[in-house]
Design a binder for this molecule. Structure first.
Ligand SMILES: [Zn+2]
Length: 443
């Protein structure tokens, strides 16, 4: 196939995927050119795999031997790549790959920014990767394909997980506000994506943002609405929503009603004035004409039932906000397949103890297997888990783990994780606790 035919074939598919996802077609085409060598690579020819994504695909897998340099020695390494029935499947899988929260900023980005974003998020390690993509987009005028309608190019909503990084927000009862805010936000982001509501996030990981950076992201997003997710503290119980003094408060009321329907008690819906004609809260004051509602889901230091509710009902609350927002903008809503209906869906939580110390993070029990949060457990032992975005593989001490992602948090079976960390496992049925210990359990 010549270059012109290759571009035309990939462009037709990439434009369709752009309509579904908001990922610029030019980025997809440039990546396909670069990574498949114009469709001539061994993987493209024998496995219809244009992007070198590893694992098992819809048509099985393909093994390829490549030279790799490990500790200065050249070794031959056999890897398994996804096999597809055709290039359409490969392009679709590439879209799904980039729809993960770490690549959130690709959605609706202009092509130049998109090239930088994929690199920054860890898609490739070649330091010249960004320039190589940009060169190809310019040389073959690939950005012409972005001009076809990209419904995601302007987000309707920007979700702001409050705090992050060095600013934990409120804390109490072994929980940090920044983590709960992010968990809720990533869930909502995935749900709005699935429903087709154009959405972006102010942060997708545990990073610090100054109020100036945060409000600039919101102001410049082009979004009409912003939902800023928070957990309250300071004595109280129940949810609050807060709107700007320049707003009619309708959205805030509708979101609050949603939380009430999902079983949370409503404390108040309010607005607060600072000086003269200005809002008290910076998320209202400095976010320009983006209508921002601060949602405080519960109190992290409540003496009533909020603590239990946060752990049990956060997903139902997050979903309630998704539903209410859709109703507010008149967007068709469909519940998720695993509709969280508290308290009918009982998930068995599992406590974690490492060398006798109880961890704040919890795991869960599924089919009699305990799944533990990889990062929380590894970091408690001073080990940093490694996530390879290309293979979608999480490793701890070079051990591959079977990963399940729940609301942005990666879980692995307790035994696998313990083995990777060189720990013994013990299961205490009465207290539903996984005990991880150093050394042998000699009997
Ligand atoms: Zn907060």
């Amino acid at each position: 196939m010549n270059q012109k035919a290759f571009i035309e074939t990939i462009a037709a598919l990439a434009v369709q995927e752009m309509a579904r996802s908001g990922i610029p077609a030019s980025l997809t085409i440039a990546q396909a050119i670069l990574e498949s060598g114009w469709g001539a690579s061994e993987l493209a020819v024998n496995a219809n795999n244009l992007f070198g994504i590893k694992g098992t695909g819809p048509a099985g897998s393909y093994e390829k031997v490549s030279d790799e340099v490990v500790n200065g020695k050249k070794i031959q390494k056999k890897s398994t790549f996804r096999k597809y029935n055709n290039w359409t499947e490969s392009i679709r899988d590439h879209t799904d790959f980039l729809l993960k929260p770490i690549y959130a900023k690709v959605i609706g980005a202009n092509w130049k920014a998109a090239c930088q974003v994929v690199y920054d998020a860890g898609y490739a390690t070649d330091p010249e990767y960004v320039q190589k993509l940009i060169d190809r987009i310019i040389r073959y005028n690939l950005n012409q394909y972005d001009k076809e309608t990209n419904p995601m190019s302007t987000p309707t909503l920007i979700i702001d997980p409050g705090h992050g990084g060095t600013d934990p927000g409120a804390s109490g009862n072994g929980m940090k506000e920044k983590d709960i805010n992010l968990q809720i936000s990533l869930y909502q982001y995935a749900r709005f994506q699935a429903l087709g509501v154009p959405v972006i996030l102010t942060r997708t990981t545990d990073i610090s943002l100054t109020p100036e950076q945060r409000t600039k992201l919101v102001r410049d997003s082009g979004a009409k609405y912003c939902i800023s997710n928070h957990i309250n503290a300071g004595g109280g119980d129940g949810a609050e929503t807060i709107y700007s003094i320049h707003s009619d408060g309708k959205l805030a009321h509708q979101l609050a009603e949603g939380l009430k329907t999902a079983g949370q008690n409503l404390r108040r819906v309010f607005t607060r004035q600072g000086k003269a004609n200005y809002d008290y809260y910076f998320m209202h004051r400095d976010t320009g004409n983006v209508e921002t509602v601060i949602v405080e889901y519960a109190f992290i230091d409540s003496t009533k039932d909020d603590i239990e509710q946060i752990q049990r009902d956060w997903k139902a609350w997050a979903e309630a906000i998704v539903k209410s927002f859709c109703a507010f903008i008149g967007f068709p809503y469909k519940p998720p397949e695993d509709s969280p209906q508290p308290p009918s869906k009982v998930v068995d939580k599992v406590s974690i103890e490492i060398n006798g110390v109880r961890l704040a993070a919890q795991g869960y029990l599924q089919d009699k297997v305990s799944h533990l949060p990889v990062r929380a457990v590894a970091e408690a032992l001073g080990v940093v888990p490694v996530y390879d975005p290309t293979t979608r593989q999480v490793t701890v001490n070079n051990h591959d783990l079977t990963e399940t992602i729940e609301a942005g948090i990666s879980y692995a079976p307790a035994r696998e994780l313990a083995a990777a960390l060189g720990l013994q496992v013990e299961w205490i049925q009465e207290s539903k606790t996984v005990k991880l210990m150093k050394g042998c359990v000699c009997t």
